[in-house]
Design a protein. Structure first.
Length: 188
């Protein structure tokens, strides 16, 4: 993308701060995994969320891709919050994700330790996604830049889809961000 996507703005906040606020409103403990641009991202979070700081950790293997960040986050969660019921994975580049949607994901999988709750938009099953703790070993072993998608395919019969069409809005390129800004009448 040429710049730190996490620091692009939406509704007066950096995307990462907006995502953290959305996640914190669920009442769940929030762990932010950073990689490239760690110092700038952490500084931005600290300035914006001084009173409600999430846990922030650097993934030293960020060049490997999304899977390395997930593995790092799972390891950190197991050290800091042993015995977690599950893991809600999300990215910061889907600004239309709502707290209510995150709560629906967790509720859909609750009480069913083998059920994964994934967001459905268009023909895609993806993030945000909730994995019960029974998938910790699987999450700890993923590789590559596909994130947890390989697990959604491997355990497809255990996936509950929670529809949220706005989940399709994500920003992977400067053009995506520009189109988003234009469509939602948002000025940088």
């Amino acid at each position: 993308m040429g710049q730190a996507k996490q620091l692009l703005t939406y509704q007066e906040d950096a995307l990462v701060v907006h995502a953290i606020r959305t996640a914190q409103a669920t009442g769940l403990r929030v762990i932010v995994v950073t990689g490239n641009h760690h110092e700038a991202v952490e500084r931005t979070i600290r300035q914006a969320l001084e009173q409600t700081m999430p846990d922030i950790m650097l993934n030293g293997e960020w060049q490997e891709g999304m899977a390395a960040s997930i593995r790092a986050g799972i390891r950190y969660a197991e050290q800091q919050v042993p015995g977690s019921d599950g893991y809600l994975l999300m990215t910061c580049d889907q600004p239309l994700i709502t707290t209510e949607h995150l709560q629906r994901l967790v509720a859909a999988a609750q009480g069913t330790p083998d059920r994964i709750a994934a967001t459905r938009y268009g023909d895609t099953r993806g993030v945000p996604v909730y994995f019960p703790a029974t998938y910790r070993v699987n999450l700890s072993g993923i590789t590559g830049d596909r994130g947890a998608r390989s697990l959604l395919e491997k355990f497809k019969e255990h996936v509950i889809e929670v529809p949220f069409e706005a989940g399709a809005v994500d920003m992977d390129t400067p053009e995506d961000y520009q189109a988003f800004s234009t469509k939602y009448n948002y000025t940088k």
